[in-house]
Design a protein around this ligand. Structure first.
Ligand SMILES: *[C@@H]1O[C@H](CO)[C@@H](O)[C@H](O)[C@H]1NC(C)=O
Length: 282
């Protein structure tokens, strides 16, 4: 077939249409979140609501939360973290239910001195109890470019991915008596805050406030799930995340990420669990 201008034009239209449809479900910070904390320190940066920044100075951090609550879903965003000396700062993207026996699924990035690795801290809380930390030093510097972080939460498992690579899977192990988050709807939250004592090994490195304000960027927000309203949840039709599991290739990638980049795993912390690591680990 010889391409005429017309054919090429048709291809262009098809391409634009395909590109468009990929983004149909991508969210907008204008309508999907509220900047609920920080008194102007959190800002949507563009008209389409694709880019948002959070900042932190000596008097306050900032944060946003999803307008909707979800019971199962997929929360994905791109983040570019505080560059340079970010010691004592924590940048987060997580899901959490309210109350004193809450459930929570966390990505938290612990800042560090210039040239030292940022720690990606992950945790899962069920009924108010966490203690399931796994930490990573990533295979790239997360302050240089945007990278994609995603939490998939369905009835069988929670999967954490970084640029599409699974780094952690928390399986539903209720059959052996391990609680799994399954009946408390969660909101998606993000924040940039100061946690000098927690995030720098007991305040070992001090936050350098002469570098403030610290700023982190969030882009291409895409959170979808079974929306919770009036005491019940409704799931969108045909949601791959609802039954998502790891295929062999993804299992292999996760092994790679964990064997090379995991720097802490509660499952192997015998000092902390002298009577044996939690059942979910084995
Ligand atoms: C900061 O970097 C050092 C290595 O230089 C590392 O041992 C430490 O865990 C890092 N701290 C945080 C909070 O990530």
């Amino acid at each position: 077939m010889k391409f005429s201008c017309g054919t090429r034009f048709t291809f262009l239209i098809l391409f634009l249409f395909a590109a468009q449809s990929v983004h149909v479900f991508a969210g907008s910070f204008h309508k999907d979140v509220q900047i609920h904390w920080g008194n102007g320190r959190g800002k949507v940066r563009d008209r389409d609501g694709k880019l948002l920044s959070l900042s932190l100075d000596k008097s306050s951090g900032s944060g946003f939360q999803s307008t909707q609550e979800f019971l199962y879903g997929k929360a994905e965003v791109q983040m570019k973290l505080v560059p340079g000396n970010s010691a004592g700062t924590v940048t987060t993207f997580y899901l959490k239910s309210p109350g004193t026996t809450w459930d929570e699924i966390d990505f938290e990035f612990l800042g560090n001195l210039s040239g030292h690795p940022i720690t990606l801290h992950t945790n899962v809380y069920t009924r108010g109890s966490g203690d399931k930390e796994q930490q990573f030093h990533l295979w790239f510097d997360p302050t240089v470019n945007f990278h994609t972080y995603c939490i998939t939460w369905n009835p069988q498992r929670i999967i954490f991915t970084v640029d599409g690579i699974p780094i952690r899977e928390f399986k539903n192990s209720e059959s052996i008596g391990v609680p799994f988050p399954k009946n408390q709807p969660m909101r998606q939250y993000a924040s940039l805050w100061e946690a000098e004592h927690w995030a720098t090994r007991g305040g070992l490195e001090k936050t350098d406030w002469s570098k403030a304000p610290f700023t982190a960027f969030y882009r291409n927000y895409n959170v979808e799930g079974c929306v919770w309203a009036n005491g019940k949840s409704s799931c969108p039709a045909n949601s791959p995340w609802f039954t998502q599991k790891l295929n062999l290739d993804e299992e292999k990638k996760m092994k790679w990420a964990q064997s090379k980049y995991m720097v802490y795993n509660y499952c192997t912390d015998k000092r902390r669990f002298p009577r044996g690591v939690p059942a979910v680990c084995t």
